[in-house]
Design a protein around this ligand. Structure first.
Ligand SMILES: NC(=O)c1ccc[n+]([C@@H]2O[C@H](COP(=O)([O-])OP(=O)(O)OC[C@H]3O[C@@H](n4cnc5c(N)ncnc54)[C@H](OP(=O)(O)O)[C@@H]3O)[C@@H](O)[C@H]2O)c1
Length: 280
C-alpha cells in the first residue's frame, strides 16, 4: 500500500457507510467520504468530504484520486444501478485505487432468480477484471426489512413458498465491514458470506415476530402472479417490482437458506438472531 494513499468510504450518508466511517474515525484513521451531497456527509474527525455519484465518471475519477482502499456500497434501487456501478469501478481503476471492498450479496450467480444478485454478479466480475484487489462482502437479506414485510393487518403475504432464509442484521454487517476496513490487507482476494445464525421459514418468521412484538402475524403464501398483482400499485418501476417479487421467489427456490459461520469467526460473537433484533 502506498504510504500517501487514503482510505475512502462511499455511502457515508446511509446506514452502513455512516457506521463504517464512524468506526474508522473512532480508530483515528484519516479517510475520504465519497457522497452524492456533501451537505449531508457526517462530520467526523480526520475525514474529508468528496462529492460524486457513481454514474458521473469525471466526478468519480476526481473523488477517487489517491485512494488506496475503497469501501464501495452497492447503489440504491435505480434502473441505471448496474451501469452506474460499472462506471464507478472503471473510474476507480483509472484513478489507481488498489483495493475495493464491495458490498455485494449472498448469491452472485448470473442466473439467480433475484434481480439484484445478477447486478452484483456483473459488478464483482468488473472489479475482478479491473485488476484491482478485491474483498467481497456477501450479506443475505437484511432482517431490518422484516417489519416492513408485514401489513397493518399482521399479514406477511409473499411468494416464498416453503423456502428458508438466513436473514442478517445490518449492524452485524457494519461490524464485519469495519473490522475489514481497519486492516484490509489480509482480506485481499477473499469473499465473506454474512448470514444470521438460523435458516428461517416464513412460518418461523411470523411466529418470531408475533412472540417478540406481541402483535399477531401470519404468513400467507402467494403465487408469483398474485405477488406481482399485489405489489404493482406500490412499485416505482418494473425493475423495483421484479426485484421485490424475485426476493421471495429466490427464497422459495432455496437460494438464500444457507447459514455461514463468517460473522462469528470475524467478530468473535454469534450473529444476531431475528428474535434478538426485534427485542433490542
Ligand atoms: N440485502 C438486503 O436485504 C438489502 C436491502 C436493501 C438495500 N440493500 C443494499 O445495501 C446497500 C446499503 O444498505 P444501507 O442500509 O446502508 O442503505 P442506505 O441507508 O439507503 O444507504 C445507501 C447509501 O448509498 C448511497 N448511494 C446510493 N446510490 C448511489 C450512487 N448511485 N452513487 C453514490 N452513492 C450512492 C446513498 O447516497 P444518498 O444518501 O445520496 O442516497 C447512501 O449513502 C443499499 O444501497 C442497497 O444496495 C440490500
Amino acid at each position: 500500500m502506498n504510504a500517501q494513499s487514503v482510505t475512502a468510504v462511499t455511502g457515508a450518508t446511509g446506514f452502513l457507510g455512516s457506521r463504517i466511517a464512524r468506526a474508522l474515525a473512532e480508530a483515528g484513521r484519516p479517510q475520504a467520504l465519497i457522497v452524492r451531497d456533501a451537505s449531508r456527509a457526517p462530520r467526523l474527525s480526520g475525514a474529508s468530504v468528496r462529492q460524486a455519484e457513481y454514474g458521473d465518471s469525471l466526478a468519480a475519477r476526481a473523488a477517487l484520486e489517491g485512494v488506496g482502499t475503497l469501501f464501495m456500497v452497492s447503489g440504491g434501487e435505480d434502473p441505471r444501478r448496474q451501469q452506474n456501478q460499472l462506471a464507478f469501478i472503471r473510474a476507480a481503476a483509472r484513478a489507481g485505487v488498489e483495493h475495493v471492498v464491495y458490498l455485494s450479496f449472498l448469491t452472485t450467480t448470473p442466473d439467480s432468480r433475484f434481480t439484484y444478485a445478477r447486478v452484483h454478479h456483473a459488478t464483482e466480475a468488473a472489479i475482478v477484471d479491473s485488476g484491482m484487489a478485491h474483498t467481497f462482502l456477501r450479506p443475505n437479506i437484511y432482517m431490518d426489512i422484516v417489519p416492513y414485510w408485514i401489513n397493518s393487518a399482521g399479514v406477511l403475504a409473499a411468494p416464498a413458498g416453503n423456502g428458508r432464509v438466513s436473514l442478517i442484521s445490518r449492524r452485524d454487517i457494519c461490524e464485519v465491514a469495519s473490522h475489514i476496513m481497519l486492516d484490509p490487507g489480509p482480506w485481499r482476494g477473499r469473499s465473506v458470506h454474512l448470514t444470521g445464525p438460523q435458516s428461517l421459514s416464513f412460518h418461523d418468521i411470523v411466529v418470531t415476530v408475533s412472540e417478540a412484538t406481541g402483535r399477531p402475524a401470519r404468513y400467507v403464501p402467494q403465487t408469483e402472479e398474485e405477488a406481482y398483482e399485489a405489489r404493482r400499485a406500490f412499485a416505482m418501476d418494473e425493475l423495483e417490482l421484479e426485484a421485490s417479487v424475485s426476493t421471495f421467489t429466490a427464497i422459495a427456490a432455496g437460494e438464500f437458506g444457507q447459514v455461514y459461520p463468517d460473522v462469528e469467526e470475524i467478530t468473535g460473537h454469534r450473529a444476531t438472531s431475528l428474535r434478538e433484533f426485534l427485542t433490542r
